[in-house]
Structures are given as structure tokens and as C-alpha cells.
Design a protein around this ligand. Structure first.
Ligand code: PLP
Length: 395
């Protein structure tokens, strides 16, 4: 049995998204900048997709900029806000300690340019409050950037409340909504969001295409220079098929949102209940405010990489956290941010579900994870020391 439980890394494309893209490859292959009929047809489907995306987010079509994905959108949003701030002499930015690297590494660059970045602590529960944001805002704050939901531990942040605070204090507010869009309700208008990043491949669309939403009046700076595509804010011939696939996937996810949230969170709770009895382990993330498809545990005495490889042998495909840190030996900055020591952070397992996940798959995964954790512990000298009392248990 093969059970794909790594949907926070990427998802399988939906049939609707593939069906929407195929005719674009075959029949609408023009360059949207070309004046002939084929070019104008491409332009039409591009603008149709833009309108669809805008409608799903509660935005206007002229506030939607297509990018190469979530990372590019995050980069452009933050760099733009930095430029706007610097012009007014405002160089203070507020974020959280557990943002995605696309946000954190862009902020690091701004720090080198003289910006001061404040990283709000997320606590053991793995979340922040709007009050924390409010208390951190200063006269010279030019940007608040907080993710809508954490990609590793699944916490959903109080974005509407944070947005309200930022709007009242007249501070630009960006949210990396890559894990939220298509999974939980997101509306830029109701949530007072000025800039938002999303990525198609996280909600059953194609890889390599995303959106930066920028509210009317927010002046974007270019990351990619060249032609006048995307109203001069993002050069390069448009990924027309990708954009059409993104719009189709987003429309499908938005229409099915309520049903899927219910179905997926029931399976999530079944998986959590099945893994909780494993001794010396902890469920990470916000217990109440949690993505419908996220399950994240740390198991003491387990090395995350070995766990993943052995699970894979039984067909269970999970992750240690974020795809971006796998392969490096550094423990996840998210798990350190919620206060785990390195030893515990190394024993992490993230299993993320989608609407295609079945109850049968969940029950199989529970059995496999339980067995594999037991087997790895039985082989571990550190575990033996803990059991015999030579070393203390942490969890
Ligand atoms: C996946 C992800 C990104 C990056 O999106 P890409 O389209 O892969 O560049 C950014 N932020 C979060 C929270 C993500 O989960």
C-alpha cells in the first residue's frame, strides 16, 4: 500500500486543473503580448484566470499578480514593503520566529541593509496573538508579515485580528498564505490583508506558479526586470497554462472548502488519536487552531531521517517537517521556536492529508508508524539508556 501523506510539501494535481491546462498547451499557445488572434486568445484566458482568482480571494482582478510560486511572491511582497518603508525613513519590520524560509531569508537580506526585524516568539503552543503584534508596532514599523498557517506544525494564526490591528495602526500587512489558501477560508477584504502570497501546487494545482495579491495603492517593486507583463511589475512571458491550472484548482478548492475541511479534519483527528498512545511523544502545534490536514509529532529517542526512510519502505510517505530543511542536519527552526531541545526536534514526523486521503490509508499509516517507532527505539542505544534510567526522559 502506498500512502501519500506529504501534502504540505506538494499535492497531486486535480483532474479539473489538468483538464483546464491541456487545451491551453494544445490550442491556446500564443504569447499574451502578441497582437494576433492566437496571442489575444492567450491574453483572454489569462485575464479570465485572474478574475477567477480575484473572486476566490475577495480581491479585484487588478490586484492579482502572477508569479513563479509562493517563494517569489514572499520575496516581492517583503522587498516592496521595505522600499516603501525606507522612503519614509521607516525600517522596522515585525514577523514571527517560525515563518517559511522564503520570508525569513528575505528579511535577513533587509537586515543587512539596515532594517531592524523583530521576531515574535510563538511559545510552546506554536502561535501568536494580535496583542503581541499590537504591542510590537512602533512609529517606524513599515511592515508586519506573519504566515496564515505554519507549514510544519499546522497552527492557524489569527490573521483577521492581526489585519485589523495593522489597519488601525496604518502599517502594511503581508501574509504568507501558502498553507491556508484552498484549505481554510481566506478573504483579503474581510481580513484586512494588504499583501498575500499563495502557491498553486499546495492546493492541487501545478508547480511553479503562484500569486502575489497587492491591495490597490500598494506600490510593488520588481524582482524580475524585463517586459511590461503583469502591469509592469513582473517581467517574463506569462505561464499561461500554469495560471489557468492555478485558477481551476483554486476555484475547485474554494467551492469544496467546507465539505473538505470537515472530511479532512475528521481523518486528521483519527490519525492523531491513533498516534497519541505512543509513549514519550508529543503532538506539536496549536491544539485548537490547526490546519485540517496537519498532524505533527515528535518522538523521543527517534532520529527523524531513519523514521522517514523506514516508513517509506512500508509505503507511508511523510516528512520530518519542511521539505526545505530535509537533507540538512540542522533541526527545524520551527521546532526550536516552540521550545524543543535539539534532541527532540530531530525526532519529528509531519503527516499531511488531502481530500484524496482515505480512512483505510489512515488506519494503515497508524499501524505502520506505531510499529516503526517501536522497532527504531528497540535498536537505539540512547533509548536503552533512557529505559534503564541512565539517561532521563525529556518527554
Ligand atoms: C511551500 C511554501 C512556500 C513556497 O512556495 P513555492 O511555490 O514552493 O515557492 C512558501 N511559504 C509556505 C508557508 C509554504 O508552505
Amino acid at each position: 500500500m502506498q500512502v501519500y501523506l506529504d501534502n504540505a510539501s506538494t499535492t497531486k494535481m486535480s483532474k479539473a486543473a489538468i483538464a483546464a491546462m491541456t487545451p491551453v498547451f494544445e490550442e491556446v499557445y500564443g504569447n499574451p503580448s502578441s497582437l494576433h488572434t492566437m496571442g489575444q486568445r492567450a491574453k483572454e484566458v489569462l485575464e479570465e484566470a485572474r478574475a477567477t482568482v480575484a473572486k476566490c480571494l475577495g480581491a479585484n482582478a487588478n490586484e492579482i499578480y502572477f508569479t513563479s510560486g509562493g517563494s517569489e511572491a514572499d520575496n516581492q511582497a517583503i522587498v516592496s514593503a521595505g522600499k516603501i518603508g525606507a522612503r519614509k525613513g521607516k525600517k522596522h519590520i515585525i514577523t514571527t520566529a517560525f515563518e517559511h524560509h522564503a520570508v525569513l531569508h528575505t528579511l535577513k537580506k533587509l537586515e543587512q541593509e539596515g532594517f531592524e526585524v523583530e521576531y515574535l516568539p510563538v511559545g510552546r503552543a506554536g502561535n501568536i496573538t494580535a496583542k503581541q503584534v499590537e504591542a510590537a508596532i512602533r512609529e517606524d514599523t513599515c511592515l508586519v508579515t506573519t504566515m496564515i498557517a505554519n507549514n510544519e506544525i499546522g497552527s492557524i494564526l489569527p490573521i483577521a485580528e492581526i489585519g485589523k490591528v495593522c489597519r488601525e495602526k496604518k502599517v502594511l500587512f503581508h501574509t504568507d498564505a501558502v498553507q491556508g489558501v484552498g484549505h481554510i477560508p481566506v478573504n483579503v477584504d474581510e481580513m484586512n490583508i494588504d499583501m498575500l502570497s499563495l502557491s498553486a501546487h499546495k492546493f492541487h494545482g501545478p508547480k511553479g506558479v503562484g500569486v502575489l495579491y497587492a491591495k490597490k495603492g500598494v506600490v510593488l517593486s520588481n524582482i524580475i526586470e524585463g517586459g511590461a507583463q503583469e502591469r509592469g511589475k513582473r517581467a517574463g512571458t506569462e505561464n499561461v497554462a500554469g495560471v489557468v491550472g492555478l485558477a481551476a484548482a483554486l476555484k475547485e478548492a474554494t467551492e469544496g472548502l467546507e465539505v473538505n475541511m470537515k472530511k479532512i479534519s475528521a481523518l486528521r483527528d483519527r490519525l492523531i488519536a491513533g498516534l497519541l498512545p505512543i509513549p514519550h511523544s508529543v503532538l506539536n502545534g496549536d491544539k485548537n487552531s490547526r490546519l485540517p490536514g496537519n498532524v505533527h509529532f515528535c518522538f523521543e529517542g527517534i532520529e527523524g531521517e531513519s523514521l522517514l526512510l523506514l516508513l517509506d519502505e512500508y509505503g507511508v510517505e511523510g516528512s520530518s517537517g519542511s521539505a526545505c530543511t530535509s537533507g540538512s542536519l540542522d533541526p527545524s527552526h520551527v521546532l526550536l521556536a516552540i521550545g524543543h531541545p535539539h534532541e527532540i526536534a530531530h525526532g519529528s514526523l509531519r503527516l499531511t492529508l488531502s481530500e484524496y486521503t482515505t480512512e483505510k490509508e489512515i488506519d494503515y499509516a497508524i499501524e505502520v508508524v506505531r510499529n516503526v517507532v517501536e522497532r527504531l527505539r528497540a535498536m537505539s542505544p540512547i533509548w536503552r539508556d533512557k529505559v534503564s534510567g541512565k539517561k532521563p526522559f525529556i518527554l
